[in-house]
Design a protein around this ligand. Structure first.
Ligand SMILES: *Cc1c(COP(=O)(O)O)cnc(C)c1O
Length: 361
């Protein structure tokens, strides 16, 4: 079986964890500080604040900006549910804009249509490892005085016009095992704003700067030194991991051209795409699901990200969402992600490409 995702944990990660365990300092400590410093440098930001998941990073970033009841936050429905759930948890209302047909990222034109006097922030998602149109989004944000929180949970190392994601607005990253790099579970907020960094640090730890003195309401969302030690090691390898993903994606794009009905990933020329996913599209209702079951029978793992847009999820239906977002709705019926993670080798790629040709070529 060629799996759709596989974390790469080597002796370096194992030794780093053992070192922390032997030290006895296993909760948040020096390793977290070191990881934050290294990640801020990697993202080209002044500060990074580590937390225990990507979801927590989104939630804390929103709270640090004071977003809450009565506010609206514009985002995409074609993402993992954590993006908009984090908005709900603050008491604010997620408002969904549609996506672009070619890149599957949020459509700036649709953002403009959704702005109201209550809009406080935009959360663009850098989906599949490709940045959203940050030029257009930052222009809208500046014009309308909106906060931008980038959901870069799938896009470690991705760039837009040469600049790292997570450095346009404030950034949020996940280190779940399927992501481009991992800490087991984990997340981080990147920012150039000292005040936001300080608030985020407080929110992550019961609203305190000094232990047992609480200036505001907070949670326990801290990262452990155990996780941070894995993160430091993985950060040393992320450039190689991403290079493998990009190379594998190029191979598939080279070998899957000219199959009728198969649409290959579109790379925006301004983007450094890091191929968290290599996502193709198969037109027509139901065809996608047939292709998935054929590939799976041939021991080729696939992923569908995402089969139901958020505004159509049962919980959001209960909340009364009844938007029509046709581009997201049709994408959710037609996308398939194929394995390109760093453990996929050339013979796997040949198998994937030959099998797809067999099925639909
Ligand atoms: C993974 C992911 C998240 C959530 O990250 P967790 O670490 O799983 O909490 C949020 N947004 C997107 C787009 C993701 O892919």
């Amino acid at each position: 079986m060629i799996p759709i995702a596989k974390p790469i944990i080597g002796e370096d990660e194992i030794n780093a964890v053992i070192e922390v365990l032997r030290s006895g300092n296993i909760a948040e400590g020096q390793k977290v500080k070191d990881f934050e410093e290294a990640f801020a440098k990697y993202s080209g930001t002044s500060f990074a604040v580590a937390v225990n998941s990507g979801t927590a990073a989104l939630h804390v970033a929103l709270l640090a900006h004071g977003i809450g009841a009565g506010d609206e936050v514009i985002t995409t429905p074609f993402t993992f549910v954590a993006t908009s759930n984090s908005v709900l948890f603050t008491g604010a209302k997620p408002v969904f804009a549609d996506i672009r047909e070619d890149t599957f990222t949020i459509d700036p034109e649709s953002i403009i249509e959704k702005i109201t006097p209550k809009t406080k922030a935009i959360i663009p998602v850098h989906l599949y490892g490709q940045a959203a149109d940050m030029k257009a989004i930052m222009e809208i944000a500046e014009d309308k005085d909106l906060i931008v929180i980038e959901d870069a949970c799938q896009a470690h190392g991705a760039t837009f016009e040469g600049k790292s994601v997570g450095s346009f607005g404030d950034g949020t990253f996940s280190f779940y095992p399927t992501k481009n790099m991992t800490t087991g579970e984990g997340g981080i907020i990147t920012t150039n704003d000292l005040e936001i960094a300080q608030k985020a640090r407080m929110i992550r730890s019961h609203g305190s700067k000094q232990r047992y003195f609480h200036e505001m309401l907070g949670f326990n969302l801290r990262m452990t030194d155990i996780a941070a030690s894995i993160g430091i090691t993985q950060l040393g390898k992320i450039a190689d991991f991403n290079r493998s993903r990009i190379k594998n994606a190029h191979y598939l794009t080279g070998s899957l051209g000219n199959i009728k009905g198969l649409i290959l990933p579109h790379v925006d020329k301004r983007c450094g795409h890091v191929f968290h996913q290599y996502t193709v599209r198969i037109r027509g209702d139901g065809s996608r699901d047939d292709v998935v079951s054929s590939l799976n029978k041939m021991d080729i793992g696939t992923g569908i990200y995402y089969p139901l847009p958020i505004h159509k999820q049962p919980y959001y239906q209960e909340l009364g969402y009844n938007d029509s977002l046709p581009v997201s709705e049709s994408a959710s019926k037609e996308v398939i992600s194929l394995p390109v993670h760093p453990s996929v080798n050339i013979s796997d790629l040949e198998t994937i490409s030959a099998s797809l040709r067999d099925i639909i070529g």
